[in-house]
Design a protein around this ligand. Sequence first.
Ligand SMILES: [Zn+2]
Length: 425
Amino acid sequence: MPELDTLRRLIADRTDEAVALTRDLIRIPTVNPPGDAYTDCAEFIGRRLAARGFQVEYVRAEGVPGDSDRYPRTNVIARIEGRGPGPCVHFNGHTDVVPAGRGWTVDPFEGVVKDGKVYGRGSCDMKGGIAASIIAVEAILDSGIPFHGALEISGTVDEESGGYGGVGHLAKLGYFSRPRVDHVIIPEPLNVDRVCIGHRGVWWAEVETKGRVAHGSMPFLGNCAVRHMGAVLHRIETELIPRLAAKRTTMPVVPEGARQSTINLNSIHGGQIEKHGGYPSPMVPDSCRLVLDRRYLIEEDPEEVRAEIVGILESLKAERPGFDYELSEVLAFLPTMTDADSPVVRAVEDAILTVLGRPAQQVVSPGTYDQKHIVRVGHLKDCIAYGPGILDLAHQPDEYVGIDDLIHSAQVMALAALRLLGSTT
Ligand SMILES: [Zn+2]
């Protein structure tokens, strides 16, 4: 259709503007933790969209962990109505970025442009995606193509630390539920030709083995919690990890190595504190704590995920004299997966084929992102992640987004949005 060709051209003509917007966003150092400059970034997005006729709201997640007057958790939601009643398409981007870390060859908060790429912390994850969605929506408005329903763009905080102060908070308030919103696209960096339909489940738990203190020269008079934890680790290594590796999934998880159940031993602490400046005292440790990060599949029962660990601990309790433990859950999110032929998936896939001339690949993310809150709290299933940026570059030094990808993804977002809105074109 000629209108859609015009729309694509309009976006291509804004390449410099898309780059400038990405750079402006990178220069607002919204580093999390602690949650710097969130209000500056929300107001930057809000001012820009208000000037285009959007109704803009700011919602601070007061009282959530991390929120304070020094570090307010400020979210922005902008909405513009079409010509009549109809569905709402929402683009949700997280404004927070992880700390820069070491190893950069450019200033991480400058927005350096080099060789067709914009460099900087958050360029890929995911200020490039936010910029692409803004350019897409502005181009729809400028094209004059009539649409029904509404378009929304939000900039939300704290995704990197669980999303409780961002999408989680807004979902509780109804911002991610029908009838307000029907379709959500999260421009996370999953590569420009892939549609991410969901993520694996996550279960974090802390296992503590218990013992009894005694003089280190007479360990037989105590009960060593670290040795007990050694027995737990041995069972995880020899029994659980092989069992998890054998659990394969139909979820199209990328990378391939994550297409199975996994466990990461996140941290372990036992006995006296380290690096206290002096020599340690000879003590038998009475406590050892292990934090587990278990990622699981849609085919698995979350009760079973817990039961596997409990099973190991209970059998050790039966076999090992003096073994005692405590298990506490740290956090849990169920796996989520949008139907492969749901409206938002089909609209984005078709747009990818149109813009890039090749079929889209459906993928599932190994880790979770804000889709969990939209599905579980907002009860809105028609949600995916799609955006520019190469997944593997997220959180790395010298993170970048390709300028071509920025423009192509903005074109995909615009075409998909119009189709979901039932544009008359
Ligand atoms: Zn992200």
